[in-house]
Design a protein around this ligand. Sequence first.
Ligand code: FES
Ligand code: FES
Length: 163
Amino acid sequence: MGSKIITFVLGGREVEVMVKPMTTLQAVLRYQLGYTAVKEGCRQGGCGSCTVLVEGEPMMSCLLPVEDVAGMHVTTLEAITPADGLDRVQQAFLEHGAFQCGYCTPGMIVVSKALLGHNPRPTRQEIVDAFAGNICRCTGYEPIIAAVEGAARASASKAAQPG
Ligand code: FES
Ligand code: FES
């Protein structure tokens, strides 16, 4: 079968790509568009390093044919990172030492953003459950969980400050 043109919204900007059938969203983002925060780990849905948001929900981009996101909003870590610093979740990962090699980190932060977007004060168990599909091979999960708890606390205290 021949190539097709697929259009979707990436980080708020419409993009158009020409792909062969069954090309994954991961391959398009990382290799065609240069969004290298989208990592390539297992390519089988088993590690979560390729996680992106599709319509605000975490999805493993290695399992997703890019045709399936036609017309949808896709967000990677690149769009989450402010131009002039760090997002509050990124800051919390830094403060809690929640990464070593950093390979899992973009996926972890994307999942954290989705979790906190839906549930600003998650319990520890809800954080653990959110990371069920994300593997970290070197940091251990405690600093990552602590970072998400820290980001939630930081947001709550900011919200409580008088305007
Ligand atoms: S590379 Fe997609 S889940 Fe591992
Ligand atoms: S920081 Fe190395 S895999 Fe998580």
